[in-house]
Each structure stands twice: as C-alpha cells, then as structure tokens.
Ligand binder design. Structure first.
Ligand code: SF4
Ligand code: SF4
Ligand code: SF4
Length: 188
C-alpha cells in the first residue's frame, strides 16, 4: 500500500503535469492561430534532430531570437540535481546565479516536495541559447527543448536559422499542425 506521502506527491505532480501541459498548449496554439492565419506553413524545429549547437540564439533575423526553450512537463523527472538548471561545476544546489547554466536566469526552480523540484521557463528572458537543453538532454530526461515561437517569428521566406542549422532540424510544416512537441515527433 502506498504511503500518504507518495500518494500526495503523485497527485500533486499529476496536477502540475496536467496544468503545465494545458497552460503551455493554450499559449502555444492561441498564439499560433494569431500568427499563422494568413499562411499555409510555418517554420518549426524538429526536437529529435536538434543537436543544441547554439546557433538559434544568434542566427535569427530578430535581435532576440524567435526560438525559445520549452518544457515538456510530462517528460520531466522533477529532479533535485537538474543539469538543465545547474552548471556541471556548481558549488552547491542553490539558485545562486553562479550555479546556474542559464546565462539570463530564465529558469525558475521551485521546491515541490522532498526531493522534487519544478523548473519553469520565463520566456521573455530566454535567448534560445540551448545550454539548458544540452544539459537536460545529455544527463536528464530530455524534457527541455527548443522551438520557434509563432507569436515572435516573422515567417521569413528563407529562415536564417534553417540556412545555418547543421542538423537540418528546421523546416516548414502545415500551419494547422504548428507545433512539434518533444516526444511526439513521430506522430506529427
Ligand atoms: S539556458 Fe538558454 S535556452 Fe535555456 S532558458 Fe536559459 S536562455 Fe533559454
Ligand atoms: S523565420 Fe525569420 S524570424 Fe522566424 S525563426 Fe527563422 S529567421 Fe527567425
Ligand atoms: S541551429 Fe539547429 S541544431 Fe542548432 S540549436 Fe538551432 S535547431 Fe538546434
């Protein structure tokens, strides 16, 4: 029989997961609908192909890249030691800036219940540098990934990032399926 603590934790994480996905999808598809109403296709990153090279942060025609980090909560382990959040050489598992991998402090770490923490992305601060994605992909569950946000993308005829992307991860897809979700690549 499961302890009340385990039941409570699982219930809490389930609510977080459902809430996180619902909120994320509402934002994603709401914004996409506004941006894509006059186009048949949109630019999109295939998370399964992205190698986290970092060019998304500097190659977009916008001064603050249209590419942002996205969190797939359903894949997250809510890890105490999250390599998407902490630098490999962190001195302590605290939110001090010198311990964080994110150069802009865009990731918020919130205690849930021992030993679980939730990580949320403050998108306006995110520059799409991919450092957190690299750490999470290499040492974690891979729940952090990059995506072109359609509320920011100006839909260039030839995407400047797609031209330099070394892994061919960026392509146009039909605008009625505007977002490829990490872990759902094969279904899209
Ligand atoms: S590490 Fe880079 S990609 Fe990740 S949240 Fe920070 S700015 Fe965005
Ligand atoms: S289409 Fe243009 S605005 Fe959109 S991600 Fe590519 S370079 Fe940036
Ligand atoms: S340029 Fe391509 S491989 Fe590099 S971070 Fe962007 S999508 Fe990933």
């Amino acid at each position: 029989m499961k302890s009340p603590s385990v039941k409570k934790r699982r219930g809490f994480l389930a609510v977080l997961t459902r809430g996180g996905i619902a909120a994320a999808l509402a934002g994603i598809f709401g914004a996409a609908a506004v941006r894509t109403k006059n186009t048949n296709t949109v630019w999109q990153i295939d998370p399964a192909k992205c190698t986290q090279c970092g060019l998304c942060a500097t190659s977009c025609v916008l001064s603050l890249s249209a590419v942002k980090c996205v969190h797939r909560y359903a894949m997250c382990g809510y890890c105490n030691l999250c390599f998407g959040f902490f630098r490999p050489d962190a001195n302590a598992l605290t939110s001090a800036a010198e311990n964080q991998v994110c150069p802009t402090g865009a990731i918020k770490r919130t205690f849930v219940e021992d030993p679980y923490f939730e990580y949320t992305i403050n998108e306006p601060l995110c520059i799409g540098c991919s450092k957190c994605v690299k750490g999470c992909t290499a040492f974690g569950n891979g729940s952090l990934y990059l995506q072109i946000r359609h509320d920011r993308c100006v839909q260039c005829n030839s995407c400047a990032i797609a031209r330099v992307c070394p892994s061919g991860a960026i392509s146009r897809i039909p605008s009625d399926k505007p977002y490829i979700i990490k872990g759902e690549e094969r279904k899209s």
